[in-house]
Design a protein around this ligand. Sequence first.
Ligand code: CMP
Length: 152
Amino acid sequence: MERTLVLLKPDCLQRRLVGRMISRFEEKGLHLLALKMLHITPDLAKKHYAEHVDKPFYPGLEAFITSAPVIAIVVEGLEAIRVVREMLGATSGLKANPGTIRGDFSSSRQMNLVHASDGANAAAREIDLYFQPAEICSYSLALAPWSRAIDE
Ligand code: CMP
């Protein structure tokens, strides 16, 4: 099992797509372990996007990501980091394949609706940025035996 951090970005909230995005992860069979709405501060934005802080697009990215609340979610599942990234599609909505979240809902590179951790180290670091360990719920799903075989 892997855990990954998903962020529904300000454009997701403003376009009233939050429910549809959460549904995509639930429908895929991913497990939601923690969820909160918050306003990202410039300080948190710099920590979250540390690898992008020196890039030319960073000032615009910070203005965007702090412009309205986001929904942070811890998602768990088999190979969840790769599976969720593939569900999002390429960074730019113009390049993302149809059927992916960005391919279906975004026409922008910056306003691409959803962020997800790009690897195991990023997932651990990003989950830690948004959640205390006690905020992450552990529970079993009654329908789990109908989601995949025991040996998968
Ligand atoms: P995300 O997957 O959250 O990771 C970094 C974010 O920076 C990305 O989604 C986009 O929102 C944004 N981004 C990446 N590249 C560019 C770019 N060239 N111009 C503007 N924004 C970008």
